[in-house]
Design a protein around this ligand. Structure first.
Ligand SMILES: *Cc1c(COP(=O)(O)O)cnc(C)c1O
Length: 355
């Protein structure tokens, strides 16, 4: 499929201070769009000036949440090259999400080609300092106008991109998390492992209540017994107990994080002990009380590694690693970031130089 290009005549002002980028606030001059309908399949791939979408108020995504998305990043390498990190894995996961909510799958090669074109057109927007990057948000929405619950027969896939700094204002400082024992995020057979908008709408109230109490995020427990650790906000969870790195196994209710997968592979490659298993909150708290819990951290594209300095469960605080970033967390952060910025050779084949 040919990708037509319509360049913006008027360029937006780029942020000048890379230390103040924040997250998800600024978008570049262009976006990519591809249309779908059941008769024609995917068609009309185009790069256009960034702007508002025109949607019928009856569009299915607005009423029944038929929507999926992804999040990945591009980086300016040490050598001045532009690098993508595991991008094809994100599109594979997008297709996985698509199947679960009855949306059409994308051709991954087309998506990759379109993404690269878009990034290269807006390459001047990629920030250069370590810790900053170009965030990429592929999104698919159901646009067919009708009311009634069935899969739509019209969709738009689009990609918007924008320069970002750190996800949390804390940066690499440890965050305080609240173990949620009232609300749940996902249940077996549900959509917990799908990046679909509804999951995040459903999580807002818990996060707001936790924020009011002074926490950055909530730690979700399983939806049935409220006993098993699932994940934190938009991050997968890891614990270092004695000399073993532990993460909850993927049971269908936890998002299959790509950063999670990278961490597992790196830790294994380092020769450390790594285990994917069911982790009960009691096991974590007991390890914290007895001094065996050395570190806890979340993993996700946005923050990479986010150390957890405190866990609070039923009004009891547990301080982890004296509230500091632990050794394994720091080493993992450095390793992943070094690979992402091409400061180090990438033995895993995760990075792709695109320009
Ligand atoms: C996106 C996301 C993650 C992290 O996935 P990455 O691929 O590592 O970015 C974890 N949990 C949830 C709920 C997410 O939405």
């Amino acid at each position: 499929m040919e990708i037509t290009i319509n360049l913006a005549i008027k360029k937006k002002e780029k942020p000048t201070d890379e230390s103040k980028l924040g997250f998800g606030q600024t978008f570049t001059d262009h976006m990519l769009l591809i249309d779908y309908d059941t008769n024609r399949g995917w068609h009309n791939a185009r790069i256009e000036p960034y702007g508002v979408l025109k949607l019928d108020p009856a569009a299915v995504c607005l009423h029944y949440g038929q929507e999926i998305f992804e999040g990945l990043k591009a980086y300016y390498g040490k050598d001045g090259g532009i690098y993508l990190f595991r991008a094809a894995d994100n599109f594979k996961r997008l297709n996985y999400s698509a199947r679960r909510v009855c949306m059409p799958e994308l051709d991954i090669e087309l998506a990759m080609e379109a993404l690269k074109k878009l990034i290269l057109i807006d390459r001047e927007w990629i920030p250069k300092t370590r810790g900053t990057s170009l965030y990429i948000r592929p999104t698919m929405i159901a646009t067919e106008p009708f009311l009634g619950v069935r899969p739509a027969n019209k969709y738009i896939f689009y990609i918007i991109i924008g320069p970002v700094g750190s996800y949390y204002p804390e940066g690499l400082n440890p965050v305080k998390i609240y173990v949620e024992s009232k609300y749940v995020r996902a249940v077996p057979g549900g959509t917990g492992e799908v990046k679909t908008g509804g999951n995040y709408a459903a999580s807002l109230l818990a996060a707001e209540e936790a924020k009011k109490k002074g926490f950055t995020q909530v730690l979700w427990l399983d939806g049935c017994e409220k006993m098993w650790v699932e994940e934190v906000g938009t991050m997968n969870m890891f614990f270092v107990i004695d000399d073993e790195v532990i993460t909850p196994s993927l049971t269908g209710t936890v998002l299959k994080g790509i950063t999670r997968d990278s961490v597992i592979k790196i830790v294994r490659n380092w020769g450390l002990k790594i285990k994917e298993k069911s982790v009960s909150i009691n096991e974590v708290l007991a390890a914290a009380s007895s001094g065996h819990l050395k570190e806890a951290f979340g993993t996700g594209t946005a923050a990479v590694i986010s150390p957890v300095g405190q866990i609070t469960y039923k009004d009891k605080d547990y301080i982890i690693a004296s509230g500091k970033m632990g050794e394994v967390s720091q080493k993992l952060y450095d390793e992943i970031v070094d690979i992402q910025y091409a400061e180090k050779p990438d033995p895993y084949g995760w990075t792709e130089k695109i320009g």
